[in-house]
Ligand binder design. Structure first.
Ligand SMILES: Cc1cc2nc3c(=O)[nH]c(=O)nc-3n(C[C@H](O)[C@H](O)[C@H](O)COP(=O)(O)OP(=O)(O)OC[C@H]3O[C@@H](n4cnc5c(N)ncnc54)[C@H](O)[C@@H]3O)c2cc1C
Length: 413
């Protein structure tokens, strides 16, 4: 089969890997000059099946109300005259119920653990380098209140069989000694030793290079502007170069997916949620995390990537605008300065749009158009879920049964 993958982020590139591995002739169409130059470029680097779960959770509406009134907070809402924004928000709030949270968490856990196993296999097969770390993730709990609140998180982790350790201050310092120099107090932490880290951009770029060597064609600097249909099927995609035709099409356009698919009657409630990151080249003598610290207070993740450190977080519900806003970027910087005061960013702030579904899990597989498939809506977990979702969608395109239960990932849910 000839398959066109739309988008060369981490999701499109892993989809291309599994499709090519299955023997398909694959072309990837990407508007940027290379792979992973949008949301997959400078994320927090967490490959975190242990923490994978929806943002829509019980207690979130109250937290949101508090954060929206604060001057500096992990979440900001810029209301727009955009019905998609309001529809997404209403659905998000509707998913904050206990029963829906449990259901959505289970769906995300299933896919994230499967994805980690797929990544391990892919690494063994390709030997690509991407500053892969296997030192786990430490959730830092600053106050006694945050530590007490972790009891709930522990119950959820136990329910999903995720290995974890609740730590006091000394335990935290044993895992991440550089926190000794923190400028703020912390009470303890929750360590998930099974979670991993890595540079999503390096991974995607290396995988794309390897795929080009295996005959996959990457058409960079080519924007998809429309989809032509004929009798319930896609007949071609319209680009700013020639129209391109294939037997099957996989959409992996991240946050750009929803507006494009709406033109062909496929209405997915994916909305962009902007986040920021800062990257620092490390001086070997600077105290820095060994692996990854999730600062629960600011909701910022600080991760080692070889000789660099990346701090990432903040959530702005503000449409497709990529402007760096002072308050959001300041939250990320505040976390870095408070926990690792001697690390100074060596690059300016980066902004990316998480393609968020209101309930959490991505949309995977078939659509109303017979030869059009989606691998979209991975939100804040796209790097964690990439290999598993790539493999699942390749299996579906091939007509093979995916290896995990597919309940809850369909576009019609
Ligand atoms: C601050 C931040 C921190 C994050 N931290 C983590 C983390 O620690 N762990 C984790 O698992 N996830 C994390 N994420 C989420 C993760 O980065 C995303 O889920 C993932 O990158 C989405 O990948 P994608 O391929 O779907 O989207 P993208 O990387 O955006 O790829 C889509 C591609 O489609 C292309 N495209 C769009 N429109 C067109 C068009 N019309 N024609 C041609 N090409 C087009 C784009 O140029 C882009 O290359 C984070 C995100 C942010 C913003």
């Amino acid at each position: 089969m000839r398959v066109i993958v739309l988008g060369a982020g981490v999701i499109g590139t892993t989809s291309a890997y599994y499709l090519a591995k299955a023997g398909h002739e694959v072309t990837v169409v990407e508007r940027r000059d290379g792979p992973a130059l949008e949301t997959s470029f400078a994320n927090a680097g967490g490959i975190c099946p242990g923490f994978a779960g929806p943002w829509a959770a019980p207690g979130m509406p109250a937290k949101l109300a508090r954060w929206l009134l604060a001057r500096q907070a992990p979440v900001a809402l810029r209301p727009r005259l955009d019905p998609q924004q309001w529809r997404w928000l209403l659905r998000f709030l509707g998913n904050c119920r206990v029963d829906r949270f449990r259901r959505n968490k289970a769906r995300m856990q299933r896919i994230a653990h499967y994805s980690k196993a797929c990544l391990t296999e892919l690494c063994a097969e390709t030997a690509i380098a991407f500053d892969h770390g296997t030192g786990g993730v430490l959730q830092l709990l600053r106050t006694e209140q945050e530590l007490a609140g972790a009891a709930n998180a522990v119950k959820v982790l136990a329910a999903f069989d995720v290995p974890h350790r609740l730590l006091d201050r000394q335990g935290v310092l044993a895992v991440e000694p550089a926190l000794q120099g923190a400028a703020v107090h912390f009470a303890g932490g929750l360590h998930l030793p099974g979670d991993e880290t890595g540079d999503c951009h390096k991974f995607t770029r290396a995988l794309a290079e390897l795929l080009q060597g295996r005959g996959v064609s990457f058409r960079f600097a080519t924007r998809v502007s429309g989809i032509r249909t004929d009798g319930g099927r896609v007949s071609a995609i319209v680009t700013d170069a020639d129209p391109l035709a294939a037997d099957a099409y996989v959409v992996a356009l991240g946050s750009a997916t929803a507006p494009l698919l709406r033109h062909v009657g496929i209405d997915l409630p994916i909305y962009p949620v902007k986040g920021y990151s800062f990257t620092a080249d490390l001086d070997p003598n600077t105290p820095a995390p060994r692996s990854s610290v999730m600062d629960e207070h600011h909701k910022v993740m600080i991760t080692r990537m070889g000789t660099r450190i990346r701090a990432a977080g903040a959530a702005e519900i503000a449409g497709y605008d990529l402007t760096v806003r002072e308050a959001g970027a300041a939250t990320v910087l505040a976390s870095l300065r408070e926990l690792f005061p001697r690390i100074v960013p060596t690059a300016t702030a980066w902004a990316g749009l998480r393609p968020m579904t209101p309930d959490g899990p991505p949309y995977l597989g078939a659509t109303a158009l017979a030869n059009l498939f989606v691998n979209v809506g991975h939100g804040s977990n796209g790097w964690t879920q990439a290999c598993g979702c790539g493999r699942i969608v390749a299996d579906i395109v091939l007509g093979r049964r995916p290896e995990i239960d597919m309940e809850g990932y369909d576009v019609g849910r």
